[in-house]
Design a protein around this ligand. Structure first.
Ligand code: 13P
Ligand code: SF4
Length: 317
């Protein structure tokens, strides 16, 4: 109950009530809800699938429902649409985009490809649908090393994240991998100095990091992996303390799920404003037919972009 301006008392919905309404509407309107692990906990609680980019891509394709609602950022919803063109795919917050996905455009990559026909373009899934049309294969942070190792081409241009690309290059030294300057502004902002400061405070803690961080940060880690990889590592480990080098919500979720262990975020600056843009109310409004955005892509873009995603699933599964 809250006080209105006129001083009357008015009923408001609690988070639990709003979640109940969302679950009712989800079933009534045949929606499958996908949430990236970086979005707010109350959204993860009502989602059918929660995970990293790779899990969301696979689960979007497997879902039997007529409608998919993506709680995360635009490239994830576009990926779901490309993999399931027959479904209606909605992004719960139209403004939520990944800045990295917009850093390179199709013409620029096509021009580079023309200079060397043997070059295979490996695109991180954090790219626009348009850019995926000129990629030879797509990767996620959990599958990048395995896919680059398994693909037959040896001459590779890795876009757009030069930090993830540098990590793959180190893990797969037998291939020639070229990088371009691009990356995640949230993860790339963390320095070696930040890591040393947290390690000094928590000397017994193991350090798990996302490969979108700089090489100087990754070099200090006990484990390097995707969002889901970091969570699995921390859960399975016998260690009791962990420094979590990715978006701050992962340290928080791990702390809820493993109360006998201690989790410290690598930095309070590791907050992705785009992943935090979606609210539970946004989800409710989309299910009510108001707000959000239906992802619409033309048939040619879908057909061309699907090739690199299909190859990703075939090589990385
Ligand atoms: P994951 O592949 O770990 O889900 O990463 C996606 C992302 O945007 C990380 O910043
Ligand atoms: Fe993009 Fe970085 Fe946010 Fe992930 S954390 S969505 S890569 S800006």
């Amino acid at each position: 109950m809250i006080k209105t301006i006129k001083g009357e008392r008015e009923k408001v919905m609690t988070i639990a009530e709003l979640q109940k309404q969302i679950l009712r509407l989800k079933a009534e309107k045949d929606f499958y809800i996908l949430a990236h692990s970086y979005v707010a906990r109350e959204i993860c609680e009502i989602a059918d699938s929660v995970g990293d980019s790779y899990k969301l891509s696979c689960d979007a394709q497997k879902a039997k429902n007529a409608n998919i609602l993506l709680c995360g950022v635009r490239f994830m919803a576009e990926t779901a649409k490309i993999l399931s063109p027959e479904k209606h795919v909605y992004l719960s917050c139209a403004e939520a985009g990944c800045p990295m996905a917009e850093q390179m455009d199709k013409d620029m990559i096509e021009a580079i490809k023309e200079t060397d026909p043997t070059l295979a373009v490996v695109a991180y899934v954090n790219t626009t649908a348009e850019l995926k049309t000129v990629a030879d294969v797509c990767v996620t942070s959990s599958s990048a090393v395995q896919i680059v190792r398994n693909m037959e081409e040896d001459n590779i241009l890795f876009i757009p994240d030069c930090n993830l690309g540098a990590y793959v290059k180190e893990q797969v030294p037998e291939k020639k991998i070229e990088l371009l300057q691009g990356g995640c502004p949230v993860h790339a902002a963390i320095s070696k100095k930040d890591v040393l400061a947290v390690k000094a405070k928590h000397p017994s803690a193991l350090f798990a990091v996302h490969p979108e961080c700089r090489a100087e940060v990754v070099a200090l880690a006990d484990y390097v992996g995707s969002t889901s990889g970091i969570m699995q590592f921390a859960k399975k480990s016998d260690a009791k303390e962990f420094i979590i080098g990715t978006e701050i919500s992962i340290a928080e979720t791990l702390q809820y799920e493993c109360p006998d262990k201690k989790f410290y975020p690598l930095s309070k600056r590791l907050i992705c404003p785009n992943m935090k843009a979606t609210t539970l109310a946004d989800v409710y409004h989309v299910l009510n037919g108001e707000g959000g955005e239906e992802i619409l892509l033309d048939d040619e873009t879908i057909a061309k972009a699907k090739r690199c995603l299909d190859r990703m699933i075939a090589l990385g599964g």
